[in-house]
Write a protein that binds this ligand. Structure first.
Ligand code: FES
Length: 109
């Protein structure tokens, strides 16, 4: 059974916002989009740049690739086509968001 780690209260983020948190000592992002929460490692699939949220897209601050904030899929170069941000499994319960100590890899091989 994975241990649940508190990240944020659901009321901490408005739609289209991002909050950084630590996942096992590494930077990670929690985003709220269309009322849903998603979490990813703060690590661009091109060269590892940090992410921000801009106009409801995740955007790499190093070379500006855009990612889908629901799936983590790369939408623009230079992030490789078919690459995905590493997703962190989360759970929403009683107004709190927890991560479940699990990463989901979705890159197409
Ligand atoms: S490191 Fe993100 S686009 Fe290059």
């Amino acid at each position: 059974m994975p241990r649940e780690i508190f990240i944020a209260k659901t009321s901490d983020l408005k739609d289209g916002e991002l909050k950084k948190f630590k996942y096992k000592g590494r930077s990670a992002v929690l985003v709220k989009i269309d009322g849903e929460f998603h979490a990813f490692l703060d690590y661009c699939t091109h060269a590892g740049g940090p992410l921000t949220m801009e106009n409801c897209k995740l955007k790499c601050l190093t070379h500006y690739a855009l990612f889908n904030p629901k799936t983590g899929e790369a939408e623009t170069l230079p992030a490789p086509k078919g690459s995905y941000l590493m997703e962190i499994k989360i759970k929403e319960e009683n107004g709190n968001i927890y991560h479940l100590n699990t990463i989901v890899f979705k890159d197409k091989k």
